[in-house]
Design a protein around this ligand. Structure first.
Ligand SMILES: Nc1ncnc2c1ncn2[C@@H]1O[C@H](COP(=O)(O)OP(=O)(O)OP(=O)(O)O)[C@@H](O)[C@H]1O
Ligand SMILES: [Mg+2]
Length: 331
């Protein structure tokens, strides 16, 4: 209960679409998707509670019961994923990859290794829930078991949200239509506000602005990634989030990561960026197609993150100057 009060309205309504309706029954509409539920309820005038004939405590009690019902009915269709296990296959030379690695809900793991070493391949193995039927021979278990084949290929209930390295839109629709379509399929009531909010968030990540009217095919690589990141952060209910080289799109990668990382998810990200790599609590070192080593981020490394950020900020400032046409003769 305390937990839910700390959640942002935007996330909450994306995660539990029926909530919007629950609150509208009590005459509560959400204007600020960034406010937490607790802040929103605190902002309600005393008269509002009187009009509803209910006090705050009773409202929270009803909310609790309601949430228990909807989460129970959700579980009937979609199992909660509490862990994913990667069982090793073989590297590019066919040498066995002797590994059995379990990733828990709420964890963030980074994947590092040279270009071409197999980082994207590992993400693809998880996306497709490999069953010794991909080039690596890996097997993926969900909650310790072989995933239900229906779940593996289900379009309705996606186990995995994948933000891939290369993304191309082929549809002839606008940005707003694209986001609207996703929101609609999640049965969210305050769709228009949420769509506008997602587009605004995407613009905060990207460089030159785009609007809801921009055709998706006209978006640049970085703008497309920014849109998909905001869309996934607010609308995806998938328990597993896979991120492939968020840093390459020239977007605000730290902000992007903070949008995507949520404590109920299992997050994996392939990266060449030391800052992102150290933001994860564990990292997998990939070499020649296999997981060569698993490293836990040390507290010393976490401390060094501050120094890395300082270096990074200097570098970003140079990039901004370069982008705006300045000469970099003086550093
Ligand atoms: N264990 C393996 N056995 C056979 N082929 C593999 C294996 N692992 C990766 N590959 C293949 O190697 C190629 C390069 O892998 P991948 O695209 O995953 O590299 P990457 O680490 O993501 O590189 P980049 O940093 O450039 O994105 C792919 O064709 C992939 O299918
Ligand atoms: Mg790759």
């Amino acid at each position: 209960m305390i937990d839910i009060l700390e959640k942002k309205i935007g996330h909450l309504t994306a995660e539990f679409p029926p909530l919007t309706e629950f609150f509208s029954d009590y005459g509560i509409t959400f204007n600020d998707l960034h406010a937490t539920l607790g802040e929103t309820l605190e902002g309600l005038a005393e008269e509002h509670y009187e009009d509803m004939g209910i006090d705050r405590e009773k409202l929270l009690e009803n909310l609790d019961g309601f949430l228990q019902r909807i989460t129970l009915s959700e579980i009937a269709e979609a199992p909660t994923v509490s862990e994913i296990t990667i069982i090793g296959g073989h590297d590019k030379n066919g040498h066995p990859e002797e590994i059995e690695l379990t990733l828990l809900r709420g964890s963030v793991t980074s994947i590092v290794g040279p270009t071409g070493s197999g980082k994207s391949r590992l993400l693809a193995d998880i996306e497709w829930m490999a069953q010794n039927d991909t080039p690596t021979g890996r097997t993926i278990r969900v909650n310790g078991q072989k995933p239900d084949p229906e779940l593996r290929f289900s379009l309705e209930y996606k186990l995995v949200a994948q933000l891939s390295q290369n993304m191309n839109f082929v549809m002839d629709i606008t940005v707003a239509e694209f986001v609207f379509m996703h929101a609609e399929s999640r049965m969210i009531s305050a769709i228009d506000t949420l769509v506008a909010d997602i587009i605004a968030q995407a613009n905060l990540l990207a460089g030159e602005p785009f609007t809801g009217q921009t055709p998706v095919t006209a978006l640049s690589g970085g703008q497309s990634r920014a849109l998909m990141i905001a869309d996934t952060a607010f609308l995806s209910s998938s328990p597993v989030v896979l991120i492939d080289e968020i840093e390459n799109a020239g977007i605000d990668r730290k902000k992007a990561l903070s949008l995507l990382v949520r404590k109920e998810k299992i997050v994996l990200m392939a990266t060449h960026d030391p800052i992102l790599a150290l933001m994860a609590e564990r990292r997998l070192i990939i070499k020649n197609g296999g997981i060569q080593k698993i490293v836990t981020t040390t507290s010393r490394e976490k401390e060094n993150l501050i120094k890395l950020e300082e270096i990074d900020n200097k570098f970003l400032a140079l990039r901004t100057r370069l982008r705006s046409g300045e000469m970099l003769e003086e550093l």
